[in-house]
Design a protein around this ligand. Structure first.
Ligand code: DIG
Ligand code: MN
Ligand code: MN
Length: 390
């Protein structure tokens, strides 16, 4: 990807990370075979180092085949650690695949077969061991198979109980092993299951307080998944942040009303991506900027690099636009004007005295209606900045 005078070049402090499965995506889809060759994990690490990414993430089986011997596993891990060292790439997050192997066809933690539920716990514990060995401090749980095609198979509240038991168990394992993980729960409304339990970040925010170690558990919102549910992604992120639960984030993009597209960040809806980047930068979010996305099926290996560079470049462009927006004199003046109060807001802080004053206060609705709300101008200034004419 050609870059003009080095602007928007990723740096380690940007904390851009990619999963092995993102650059390793071979372009297979439900209607077509793979179009790209397999990229070995250590080659992916080399590419990430080349394009300036900070981190690489992985599911257990992205790196270690599910039935590898312990000697084979140790060799693979040793060589992977060396590749990360050689290319200056860290491992901030690990996760577990409880969705690819057929044994999880009915779910993992919520499956009806107690042996499957136990195997899901064992597999996750081993994935936690692997991640800890690689230095990961965030462990994502995405319940892609935790769902139904028919609600005849189990009561939905039983599924919630099973999920809670599993997360409580893994929190205890985290404590016993002293891994220091923060768990980040990732929601999705459907695909591959017809309905997935915990379909949105909001559902997980309601679930976390019911856990035995809620302080250890947060969320990993993904752009495409919340937008599949028709939601404003930044609002969900803002609520998670405000609750102190934004432990990780999956950045990509998504067209409305479609399957999970996992598009290059900012490529479908740059304005929504702008509000997200502005929020993350305004509040000082210090976590990984993880791109859970993949290149178009039409791309070759060079196109995969373009995809990865494009994710980071767009984030940095929008970060600069956010600084421009925050510094714009007319925008600042409008924000000041629309936030001005007339003293009645003091009544909103409860005390008996305030409550008495508030109930006695008479509001001049006509005067309130005269207050300008120049949001058309404010949004046009935003569009001007985004389109590069301001
Ligand atoms: C899908 O969006 C999920 C899986 O790729 C993985 O478990 C998680 C990691 O961020 N996202
Ligand atoms: Mn996705
Ligand atoms: Mn994801």
């Amino acid at each position: 990807m050609s870059t003009n005078n080095g602007r928007f070049q990723p740096k380690p402090e940007d904390k851009f990370s990619f999963g092995l499965w993102t650059l390793g995506n071979r372009g297979r889809d439900p209607f077509g075979d793979a179009v790209r060759p397999t990229l070995p994990p250590n080659d992916i690490v080399a590419i990430l180092g080349e394009v300036g990414a900070w981190g690489v993430n992985l599911h257990d089986n992205d790196l270690v085949p599910i039935d590898a011997s312990s000697a084979e596993r140790d060799r693979i891990v040793r060589e992977f650690k060396q590749a990360c060292k050689d290319h200056g790439v860290v491992v901030p997050m690990a996760t577990v695949s409880l969705f690819f192997h057929p044994v999880f066809r009915d779910g993992g933690f919520t499956a009806n077969d107690p042996e499957v539920r136990a195997y899901a716990l064992q597999k996750t514990m081993r994935a936690m061991d692997l991640g800890a060995e690689l230095g990961a401090k965030i462990f994502v749980l995405w319940g892609g198979r935790e769902g139904v095609e028919t609600d005849a198979c189990r009561r939905a509240d039983e599924a919630v109980k099973r999920l809670r038991d599993a997360v409580n168990y893994l929190c205890e394992y985290n404590i016993t092993c002293g891994y220091g993980y923060k768990f980040a729960l990732e929601a999705k409304p459907n695909e591959p299951r017809a309905d997935i339990y915990m379909p949105t970040t909001g559902h997980y925010l309601g679930f976390i307080p019911t856990l035995e170690h809620p302080e250890m558990v947060g969320v990993n919102p993904e752009v495409a998944h919340e937008q599949m549910a028709g939601l404003n992604f930044m609002h969900g992120v803002a609520q998670a942040w405000e609750a102190g639960k934004l432990f990780h984030i999956d950045l990509n993009d998504q067209m409305p009303g479609r399957y999970d597209q996992d598009l290059r960040f900012g490529s479908a809806n740059p304005k929504a991506a702008f509000w997200l980047v502005k929020f993350l930068e305004d509040v000082g979010y210090d976590g990984p900027r993880h791109f859970d996305a993949h290149a178009y099926r039409t791309e070759d290996c060079c196109g995969v690099k373009d995809f990865a560079s494009g994710c980071m470049r767009t984030y940095l462009i929008l970060k600069e636009k956010a600084a421009r927006w925050n510094g714009d004199r007319e925008i600042r003046a409008i924000l000041k004007e629309i936030s001005q109060g007339n003293g009645t807001s003091a009544l909103a802080k409860y005390s008996k005295k305030n409550a008495a004053s508030l109930s006695a206060h008479s509001f001049d609705k006509e005067a309130i209606l005269k207050k300008r709300l120049p949001y058309e101008r404010l949004d046009q200034l935003t569009v001007d900045i985004l389109l590069g004419v301001r």
